[in-house]
Design a protein around this ligand. Sequence first.
Ligand code: NAI
Length: 460
Amino acid sequence: SKTIKKICCIGAGYVGGPTMSVVARQCPHIEITIVDMNAERIAAWNDENLENLPVYEPGLQEIVAEARGRNLFFSTDINKAIDEADMIFISVNTPTKNYGKGKGMAADLKYIELCARQIAAVAKDDKIVVEKSTLPVRTAAALKSILDNTGNGVNFHILSNPEFLAEGTAIQDLINPDRVLIGGENEEAIAALVNIYAHWVDHSRILTTNLWSSELSKLTANAFLAQRVSSINSISALCEKTGANVDEVSKAIGMDTRIGSKFLKASVGFGGSCFQKDILNLVYIARSYGLTEVAEYWDQVILMNDYQKQRFADNIIQTLYNTVSGKKIAFLGWAFKKDTNDTRESAAIYVADYLLNEQAEITVYDPKVSAERIYADLDYLNTRSPEENRALVKVVNTPYEACGNAHAIAVLTEWDEFKSYDWKKIKDEMKKPAFVFDGRKLLNRKQLEDLDFKYYAIGE
Ligand code: NAI
């Protein structure tokens, strides 16, 4: 099969950046250029100070330090990178459409189509085009049509190679994946991509399928993962009413090997850029084929997640004597999970929004998320003016500043460092009674109750 010497990856985001960094590390003989139309993002990837990389992931800085400038390059010259590459990964964003038909549900494929048209316009020799982005099933047919009809008569082979990394553990997931999935029609093109992964992934873990199975498997994997979270969260509500403890229930069911123990941790709800958007997309696809029951089945996973965030905020308000107006509430964590600086669809955003509607004053501390990002997340909701958001929400640099004089603390992200704070000092500096609402079941109930905190955790 064809040996790949040069790769271009379009999209230098949370997937393109880490994924291609790992390929560059594992395959020093392949030259990889990651391109993006966002010049600021490319500049950040090229920053000499590795603290300024646009994506925070444990282990990423070391890999970029090793490969950058050797066989890994970040550039805004998209045409040049396309022209020179044998294989082109498309790793651009595919957000939920916020306009027109399918608004709020369907995937917005305009970025994907732009990529296809640009590849077609530039390519002067045969290319393998790899869908790395998560796409609706049958997108490869649209890509193929655009490439073949607007191209220069060269051959394009399309592969689907969805990414299964989880943010926060991306580097580990990429180096040691459960499986790599490659869908395609052309044997030679499939073999070329298999050979790249085979440099570090055992052949038994490299699955090849037809295009449509591969595209659909990514949406299905995210739907199943999110479903587990919503399933255990639905039981957490019942635990709070009945005296059952959701951690105990989770352990008891998870030890059944047919169920398994992973992804059964109750929480304030799942976030991240993928679960909600991919399930909405699945629901939309099912509806468009007239499969109403299928659509409604998966829609419930999202409704349960919305309910969980609302429930968490309602419990804070009720417990604080039915009013949070003018009260200071400290948020520990804003990222959608630990070990990432990504905040897209973070539960914290929605919990904050509910509490701000009740005129709470919120002070946020997150170890990796900037104040600009937090304000941008709130402004994006359009619930209130940017000025109001800045008046009601303060972002601080230490947890002690966040918690001083607060009526309550809400734990929104499971950052490890939260466990080792000086909780006695925090308690002493808070308003009494000192309430903690643990949306991640992270802290130690006994330790906090011994310090006289009023401690509430999901599902207990
Ligand atoms: P992202 O938003 O972090 O990065 C996408 C990048 O593509 C942006 O920097 C944007 O400027 C760039 N871009 C968009 N259109 C472009 C164009 N025409 N030319 C050049 N650059 C362009 O998105 P992220 O999180 O990396 O996701 C990318 C895809 O991977 C999505 O389809 C997502 O569903 C999927 N995915 C994401 C995972 C995650 O954990 N974030 C995991 C697995 C898949």
